[in-house]
Ligand binder design. Structure first.
Ligand code: XMP
Length: 527
């Protein structure tokens, strides 16, 4: 493992990503992490960049115990300034101007040899700079291994200890051969093996779950048909068989035929022990009259928990009469690494920590109310790694590549009040849009797509008659992290075809629009 200590740069998590792409396992923790409290021994440590100046009162500093571990250390940008400042405050000066953009880096051989960090790389490469302060003096014992147009000290190393500093960011794609450089550090200098693969992860995780749950333990989990809960459920099935109980709650705002399809996929394709609860009437009647988006979310989340708890109780009661152990002790949750990073990364002393919105507070209430212990097998994985794990588990490509769907479902895709009529319209329009996207071979090029209903009506003319109908809003975006997104550029003919089908096939609709807003300022969902 390479430990990445985060000083708050927007690029930090990319260091972890790049290393994992090299099949080297890497974890990210806040820069304030106490080394004595680590539950693993890293083979190397990377200190990330960050928005602070080492001079600021209250600027973050690393636990000096990292230097006692005897493992290689690489400081990137602020990370390098931190190393130099520690040696002597005179080594760093507060920059008057930020340096932001490309620079040309030239490796500087020492005794006729380039440093290990630059092995196999060209002598000169384009790198990405983004810093305010800069190094003006070499810390004692260090020498320069590369220079840039603006700095004598673009890359430095300690002569005797494996400590390195880079002024530029090797983790961003703007830096040529940045991944090669990180490989030189992790593999060449730290001696990490490139054996972090999904099949190795799967074996490890199954063993871990079996040990944790024991021979008799039972696990309960909610499934939605989405990638994360499906992969987590299949993993539990592999680990403990029918002692894993999956529950699907049909909340009445799922897509067309979705509950039936998910039931079929999970039971028939994946052999998962599944209970389906049809609570659609309860949800739809409760949604009557609610127009505020947050109130919709709260109602759906709260009702979901009520039903789920009743189901858990029923499963326990049924087990009491069988030879299965009565008590369910564990609760499966499909938390992913980006959620963990959001709550762990260093955001300064006034950090506010985001609460996950996975299934509307479900884990907290379940674990508090019923004393359930959480199992989060995907908490160290990024979405694309979860997809790779799904393939490793033999889950069909169509399920593995599904676009995300929010917990409150179509309810946040109907502006204003949710009624059965509007749900039906949203479902049919969405079905047409997604089918056409699939037919055109565009599904995997888009990150998320759907059709929403705007219930304020518009006038139209159809078959020589005046009509007064709903407006459909189509939305399709591309994104890597769902934090920012761009609208997808469809060919015009494609949009016309979808428009034609929707106005002709969906009763009550007379107009179709395409939402071209990026995020920000828009969000991916309309509510
Ligand atoms: P926004 O709309 O915030 O969405 O740009 C970003 C991603 O989060 C999903 N999303 C939700 N998922 N419950 C969920 O489970 C929610 O309340 C919720 N709101 C948004 C959205 O679909 C997108 O993938």
């Amino acid at each position: 493992t390479v430990l990445t200590l985060d000083f708050g740069s927007q690029y930090t998590h990319l260091i972890t990503r790049r290393l994992r792409e090299l099949n080297v396992y890497s974890e990210m923790l806040p820069c304030t992490q106490k080394i004595a409290e680590l539950d693993f021994k890293p083979k190397g440590i990377i200190l990330s960049g960050g928005p602070h100046s080492v001079y600021d009162a209250g600027s973050p500093h690393v636990d000096p115990a990292i230097f006692d571990l005897g493992v290689p250390i690489l400081g990137v940008c602020y990370g390098m300034q931190e190393l130099a400042y520690r040696a002597s405050p005179d080594n760093v000066i507060a920059g008057e101007r930020r340096e932001y953009g490309h620079s040309i880096l030239t490796a500087k051989p020492v005794n006729g040899k380039v440093d290990k960090l630059f092995e196999g790389l060209e002598d000169s490469m384009r790198v990405w700079m983004s810093h305010g302060d800069k190094l003006v003096k070499l810390p004692e014992g260090f020498h320069t291994v590369a220079t840039s147009e603006n700095s004598e000290y673009a890359a430095i190393t300690h002569g005797e200890k494996p400590i390195y500093g880079l002024q530029f960011h090797p983790e961003v794609t703007h830096t040529q051969h940045g991944t090669h450089l990180l490989k030189n550090f992790a593999v060449g200098i730290c001696g990490c093996q490139q054996n972090w693969t999904m099949s190795a992860f799967l074996d490890q995780e199954i063993t871990r779950i079996r040990t944790l749950v024991g021979d008799k333990g039972q696990v309960l989990g909610a499934v939605s048909g989405g990638v994360d809960s499906t992969v987590a459920a299949k993993l539990m099935k592999e680990a403990i068989g029918d002692r894993f109980w999956a529950v699907l709650v049909n909340n009445g705002v799922m897509r067309l035929n979705e509950s039936e399809q998910v039931e079929k996929d999970l039971k028939e394709h994946l052999g998962i022990h599944l209970t389906v609860v049809d609570a659609s009437k309860l949800f739809l009647s409760g949604l009557e009259g609610i127009t505020d988006p947050e109130k919709k979310r709260k109602f759906i989340g709260g009702t979901f928990i009520d039903i789920f708890e009743q189901e858990a109780k029923k499963i326990e009661d049924a087990a009491a009469g069988s030879d299965l152990p009565g008590k369910i002790e564990f609760f499966l949750q499909g938390t992913l690494y980006p959620d963990v990073i959001e709550s762990l990364s260093y955001k300064g002393p006034s950090a506010t920590i985001k609460t996950h919105h996975n299934v509307g507070g479900l884990p907290e209430r379940m674990s508090k109310g019923q004393g359930l212990k959480l199992i989060e097998p995907l908490r160290n994985l990024y979405k694309d790694e979860v997809r790779a794990l799904g393939r490793e588990l033999g889950i069909a490509e169509e399920l593995v590549m599904r676009h995300p769907f929010p917990g409150p479902g179509i309810a946040v895709r109907i502006l204003g009040e949710v009624t059965q009529e509007r749900v039906n319209i949203a479902r049919q329009a969405d079905h047409i849009f997604i089918s056409e996207i699939r037919k055109a071979g565009l599904y995997d090029k888009i990150s998320q797509s759907y059709a929403a209903v705007d219930p304020s009506r518009a006038v139209g003319v159809m078959g020589d008659k005046r009509v007064y109908g709903y407006i459909i809003i189509l939305r399709a975006v591309t994104t890597t992290d769902f934090m920012t997104a761009e609208a997808f550029e469809f060919p015009w003919a494609f949009l016309q075809k979808v428009m034609n089908r929707i106005v002709n096939e969906v009763d009550g609709v007379c107009r179709v629009t395409y939402d071209v807003t990026s995020k920000p300022p828009g969000t991916i969902e309309l509510e």
